[in-house]
Write a protein that binds this ligand. Structure first.
Ligand code: CP
Length: 310
């Protein structure tokens, strides 16, 4: 089986079969990553551009490692030291890069819709590495992979996403991905940080974290974007922590074999306490490890590769 599109813009609208294809392919790559020699020739001759207009640690390094482990040629673009600082438009920038014979673009941008825009002006395969508050599909996929790895099946699990839902692309990709795979998804956060279109999303919404957590299997904690406080959307970080912080005490409400996730970067002591983030139920670093296998699978499949679905 192959993916229908040569682009990955988001998880919204993807089929369960396509998501399973990516997750199953990532399992194969994870096994390869456990070998002493972690490089395969799969993307030899393919040139990938990592186009990052926003800061990133995990996603940028993870894509670069995935590309190198597939033997692709890698070009890293950083907006801060590029001619975009001299006023060059995004369209001119990407068309000039593609004129040097590149094949795939991994893009992170502060504006929602930029990955789609690139599909309209380039022939390259486009991968969304996070666009505004829209989607972060490879984060959604690596979260699904990490949950599936622990529980074998995502279907029927109760997953609570806590925090700044309104401005979170991770929340959107997680919500779409988890819903497609049959999880029971709930959202919880301050009313000022919940999206207005929330009623149409087909998920449960809680304003009381203590109620949201009852019987949950997985809690995905989102980073509180500290700039929201300056925008008047949060009264104070202390109040946020009191009402929505994930503390050891609150974990008593969860199912026995529960899991704590966070996409990073973490504000320790704000949305999650260090003892929970580093505790025995946290899979935060497993998420990061799995990100490389997921991105290898996405790069391989978008370049026309075939995989088997169980
Ligand atoms: N999870 C995530 O997107 O982290 P980075 O911003 O460091 O890439």
């Amino acid at each position: 089986m192959k993916l229908k599109s040569k682009h990955l813009l988001g998880l919204e609208g993807m089929s369960r079969k396509e998501i399973n294809l990516i997750l199953d392919t990532a399992e194969t790559f994870k096994e390869i990553l456990s070998r002493p020699i972690r490089v395969v020739p799969t993307l030899r001759g393919v040139t990938v551009v990592n186009l990052f207009y926003e800061p990133s640690t995990r996603t940028r390094i993870s894509f670069e490692l995935a590309e190198k482990r597939l033997s692709a040629e890698v070009v890293n673009f950083s907006a801060a030291i590029s001619s975009s600082r001299k006023g060059e438009t995004l369209k001119d920038t990407v068309r000039n890069i593609e004129a040097m014979k590149t094949d795939m673009v991994v893009v992170r941008h502060q504006a929602s819709g930029v990955p789609y825009f690139l599909t309209q002006c380039l022939d390259s395969s486009i991968i969304n590495a996070g666009d505004g508050a829209h989607e972060h599909p490879t984060q959604g996929l690596l979260d699904l992979f990490t949950i599936r790895e622990k529980y074998k099946n995502v279907k029927g699990l109760k997953v609570v996403i806590v925090g700044d839902i309104k401005y979170s692309r991770v929340a959107r990709s997680d919500m779409w991905g988890l819903s497609i795979m049959g999880a029971d998804v709930s959202l919880c956060g301050p009313s000022t940080l919940l999206p207005v279109e929330i009623d149409k999303m087909g998920v449960k919404v809680y304003s009381d974290l203590n109620k949201a957590l009852v019987g949950a299997d997985v809690v995905i904690v989102l980073r509180i974007q500290l700039e929201r406080q300056k925008g008047g959307l949060l009264p104070s970080l202390r109040e946020y922590t009191n009402k929505f912080g994930i503390t050891k005490d609150r974990l008593k409400r969860l199912n026995e074999n529960f899991t704590i996730m966070h996409p990073g970067p973490i504000n320790r002591g704000v949305e999650i306490t260090p003892e929970v983030a580093d505790g025995p139920h946290s899979v935060i670093l497993d998420q990061v490890t799995n990100g490389v296998a997921i991105r290898m699978a996405v790069l391989y499949l978008l370049s026309g590769g075939e995989g088997k679905v169980e």
